[in-house]
Design a protein around this ligand. Sequence first.
Ligand code: AMP
Length: 503
Amino acid sequence: MASKALEFLGFFESLPLTNFASMGFAQPLLRALAEEGYETPTPIQTKAIPVLMEGHDLLGIAQTGTGKTAAFSLPILHALLQDKTRPQPGTARALILAPTRELAAQIGENVSNYARHTRMTSAVIFGGVGYGPQMKALRGGLDVLVATPGRLIDHLERGTVKLDKTTFVVLDEADHMLDLGFVVPIRKILARLPKQRQSMFFSATMPKEIGGLANEMLTNPRQVAVAPVATTAERVDQKVYLVDGAAKRGLLVELLANPAFERTIVFTRTKRGADRVSQTLDEAGISSAAIHGNKSQNQRQRALDDFKAGKTRVLVATDIAARGIDIDSVTHVINFELPEVPEQYVHRIGRTARAGASGAAIAFCDASERGLLRDIERVTRQQIPSVDKRGQKGAEVASATDLRAAGRNRSEGAQPHHRARRDAAQPRREGERHHPNRNDARKEPAERRPQQGERRFEPAQGERRFDAPRGEQRAPRADGQRPEGQRPFRKRQRPRFNAKSGA
Ligand code: AMP
């Protein structure tokens, strides 16, 4: 009889916990979750939360969009709340490392939302913005610090933060960290953490090097995995247009003139390509913003915010926005150029069809990209339906005037380019330059062009800009040496800091 009863209880224990309250979270967190509208845990949450609540290390195979931010941050916040100690000045009790500024900001936003009914503090630090506000936040001590690796290393070297009291650490999007060359900085950061800690490691894929890093970081981890990105991609209606390279711009304008393309991300391979496409769209009267590594953090954030708010219909992006960024209701993804790395295609098209919605992805493929298309089809184990548009002039146009005409004439109800009206709605800020042909330039002070002899390139760590005029570069150390990995950086005019603290 007793054994029957135990069997019965065992049966219940093996059932997944299907609501947050039964997972044992503290009331202030449950309240915030209810306000967020989270009713049922997602699969990664169902699998990871119980393991983390028991204090185990975790190796999670999951990508952004699965709900993994809550999966790791809720157990951390719960444990910090139970512990009741306050963070010491210049320390952080929990550290979350993210590869890009955008993802770090997004995680920081989630954490401060979940902690809104507690007194816990959190801050986000990343490169490309001033140090002052970050130093101030660190000085006070933090419960949760969300950081990109490069800027965190800078703070560690300046002595503005110590990690010897950090007993929770999360490495998010580890495979993306590898792509961006962050593995060495991550090892340096991990070396500063105490051995007694709970560690969480998330990655969408598990290449060999990433497996090695996980082994170093985790102790006796439990492994959980949720459906790979390819499953999401199945809901995306995919097409490839076989086109002549020169016809791509015209075809893009023609497509975007259709109002059904309500919220579209256009992916290009290069930063310059993104600017060119954005300019083409501007000239055709289609509102767009470009987001890539050469844009300042302010410009990137504003481009994202405007796109999220529906102020711009089209976001033109390099792969910096292909992963991690969670934007609702993206109706279309257009691969203006195919990515060099086939997996990137899956990440790109995963920007649409999120949260159960459907979406469409169109890829432009010219003769030089046929090999890339084959690689994508091999990796995704599918043949993407193709439409042959080779030899068609379509809206292929050479001049701005033609593009404008293409943008207007082919649209039924598409937004015309009423600059005067838009100017009235969005007056220029003081000191902003009027730039008749560029939306971006109208919204931001014009970027300074690098002068002869100055370098300008995308930093490998995706964080700093090196195009500073000499006088603005960081002063050398007294011994004339630069710390390893440290390069001159540009003082931003308008620092932006994403510090958020719980109420
Ligand atoms: P993430 O993968 O963490 O970026 O989460 C993707 C999106 O899902 C975010 O907008 C979250 O706010 C949302 N989300 C996370 N967990 C849940 C849940 N249990 N119920 C509903 N939405 C959720």
